[in-house]
Design a protein around this ligand. Structure first.
Ligand code: ZN
Ligand code: ZN
Length: 338
């Protein structure tokens, strides 16, 4: 109900509007001699933010923070995480399902809570990542190593190819979305209100938490934790793991990253079938996000959930996988498992 398979025949139809963003059109590669320019302002900001987060963590483990404040921080982290995984990633970047206006409004609010730039910029960078994966035009090119793909890319000036190719990404669907463009225009007001002021005010007014504890847990620690979880998809899941669907790319199946991110670590599958709303071969493995999307479908807030059909998945496993898929031998001998 409400789920559709994307097959060879309907792959390029209008409701999968960005197949281009999913295909590498040029072989750009990585220039090993390129010298990155460090943006020291970002380095200082990120360092201070992590230092404050560590202090917040220390307050938590020494029981200086009220229990409801800690629970509030965890709740906000899950909400912000879903704003990224369900919202920015599976809904807007890849259009893996269609969302009603009210669900899109919730998604925009949660993505603002996550504070990872505006939806427009997040999606442009992510489409760029899929189109030019692990080349100099990929904002977090993992061939430059763990640190660069994790956070280093945010601490240095963009490679000129990221800027140049970023302009070629089709963003017309987001430009036609009033909510996205409103958030893009007002992000400098919305971010402090939704991600800093509101989360900090709730524990102070509802259960008399101190400003210090409230600010450090509800904003700083929660923000830093979600940032680092998100970044593991770009770093760890592009470095460690097996490649049952395509052995020729860096993106890998990484269960640790999946556990951290609500199901975004099945990254070899995701790079091969980015339009699949499950972002994994089997929808429920560690995937809180998949469960939320299915819940949204069940209450009528999401529809046209897209999946890759078995035969396409099996064809990739047998033709380009690294042989690590549990059903590989059966499939390679032509015995389809189901
Ligand atoms: Zn990736
Ligand atoms: Zn993606």
């Amino acid at each position: 109900m409400g789920t559709e398979n994307i097959t060879d025949d309907n792959f390029s139809q209008n409701d999968v509007p960005y197949p281009k963003s999913h295909l590498k059109s040029e072989n750009i590669g990585t220039d090993p001699n390129f010298q990155r320019k460090i943006v020291w302002r970002n380095v200082v900001f990120m360092f201070m933010l992590h230092l404050l987060a560590l202090y917040g963590f220390f307050l938590v483990i020494t029981f200086k923070v009220k229990l409801p404040t800690f629970v509030w921080g965890v709740f906000l982290a899950i909400c912000a995480g879903e704003g990224i995984t369900m919202g920015a990633h599976r809904c807007y970047s890849h259009r893996t399902f269609k969302a009603t206006l009210s669900l899109r409004l919730i998604i925009i609010i949660l993505q603002t809570l996550a504070g990872q730039n505006s939806m427009y910029v997040w999606v442009r960078d992510h489409r760029l990542h899929h189109k030019f994966t692990d080349t100099d035009a990929d904002p977090h090119n993992a061939t430059r190593g763990f640190f660069f793909s994790h956070v280093g890319w945010l601490l240095s000036k963009k490679h000129p190819l990221v800027k140049e190719k970023g302009k070629t990404i089709d963003m017309s669907d987001l430009e036609a979305d009033y909510l996205v463009m409103f958030q893009k225009r007002w992000i400098f007001v919305l971010f402090p209100m939704i991600s800093v002021v509101f989360p900090t005010a709730v524990p102070m007014y509802l259960w008399n938490e101190t400003f210090r504890n409230s600010f450090l847990i509800s904003f700083v620690l929660r923000y830093v934790v979600v940032l680092n979880h998100t970044w593991t998809v770009n770093s760890l899941a592009h470095i460690y793991g097996n490649k049952p669907f395509d052995k020729n790319i860096l993106a890998s199946e990484n269960s640790f990253v999946s556990a951290l991110t609500g199901g975004e670590g099945w990254h070899n599958y995701h790079h091969v079938f980015p339009w699949d709303y499950r972002a994994a071969e089997y929808g429920t493995s560690f995937s809180l996000t998949t469960m939320f999307i299915e819940f949204a479908r069940n209450i009528g807030a999401a529809h046209n959930l897209k999946t890759a059909p078995r035969y396409m998945i099996e064809r990739k496993i047998t033709t380009s996988g690294d042989g690590s898929h549990p059903g590989y031998n059966k499939m390679a001998n032509g015995n389809r498992s189901n």
